[in-house]
Ligand binder design. Structure first.
Ligand SMILES: NC(=O)c1ccc[n+]([C@@H]2O[C@H](COP(=O)([O-])OP(=O)(O)OC[C@H]3O[C@@H](n4cnc5c(N)ncnc54)[C@H](O)[C@@H]3O)[C@@H](O)[C@H]2O)c1
Length: 261
């Protein structure tokens, strides 16, 4: 299971949180990983953690909103590890403001990182992923990190929800455009996950430190707990792997049942 041995993965937002753990799990399953992020120290540290554990990893600075930055990431993946087989479009930002309090700057920033970042990553990595797929047993894979808020509306973060709904459908369009070109594309929809961003969501509902707020939110998940980065990374590795060879255009909720209600 989870066969990614010998593949090369780029993980955007790979310095910490869900992307950080996805990078570690991909490397633990045998992929060489480009940890790509704007956070230089945390990115270098995560790549070093992977190497210390016996995996292959390199940090590179990537701003997902800049095409030139993606071109540099692909060039580095080719020169260091020979190509790109897996792209995890994970980098994202969260701005928890209702519609009436959201500014045009908030809107533009959310669109730039959460939507344009996914578009640019997909478009700029695709040619190299197609080239690698020509000689691969199964082919290449893109995993887009959307959200439970990309499946249902959000009271707290409507513009964020709009971007994540966009990622959900862009995933399906990508799957259709690339399915005969050797690239599968699927989306993962996390519920509340205990990361720095998850902390922002807890803060927006009350106090991050408050056990009452945490307990109430944990209880709102049918499974009875908040998610961990490991929960999401496991889904990412599966969808990126050859075991998911016949899965494309799918959306996988990894949300403790929140969107089943
Ligand atoms: N944590 C949650 O509860 C939750 C729930 C649903 C979906 N998600 C999604 O999961 C993904 C990861 O979230 P997380 O919880 O790990 O958040 P996080 O804030 O802990 O990590 C996000 C990472 O993305 C990076 N990043 C932000 N802007 C970037 C840019 N312009 N270029 C490159 N990197 C950039 C950050 O530096 C950071 O390392 C996001 O897309 C998020 O929307 C998270």
């Amino acid at each position: 299971m989870n066969n990614v041995a010998g593949k090369v993965a780029i993980v955007s937002g790979g310095a910490r949180g869900i992307g950080g753990e996805s990078a570690r799990q991909l490397a633990a399953h045998g992929a060489a990983v480009i940890v790509a992020d704007i956070l230089l120290d945390e990115g270098e540290t995560n790549a070093e953690t992977i190497r210390q554990a016996g995996g292959e990893a390199q940090f590179i600075k990537l701003d997902v909103t800049a095409a030139a930055s993606w071109e540099n990431a692909v060039a580095k993946a080719v020169s260091l590890f020979g190509g790109v087989d897996i792209l995890v479009n994970n980098a994202g930002i969260y701005i928890p403001k209702p519609i009436m309090e959201s500014s045009e700057e908030d809107f533009a920033r959310l669109i730039a990182v959460n939507l344009e970042g996914v578009f640019l990553g997909t478009k700029i990595c695709a040619p190299e992923m197609m080239r690698r797929a020509e000689t691969a047993k199964v082919g290449s894979a893109i995993v887009n990190i959307s959200s439970a808020a990309g499946l249902v509306g959000s009271r707290n973060a409507p513009i964020y929800s709009m971007t994540k709904g966009g990622v959900r459908l862009f995933t399906k369009s990508t799957a259709l455009e690339f399915s005969r070109k050797g690239i599968r594309c699927n989306s993962v929809h996390p519920g509340l996950i205990d990361t720095p961003m998850g902390g922002m969501l807890l803060n927006s509902r009350g106090s991050e430190g408050s056990n009452d707020v945490r307990a109430a939110i944990a209880n709102s998940h049918p499974i009875g707990r908040i998610g961990e980065d490991t929960d999401i990374a496991a889904a990412v590795v599966f969808l990126a792997s050859d075991d998911a060879a016949f899965i494309t255009g799918a959306e996988l909720a990894v949300d403790g049942g929140v969107t089943a209600i």
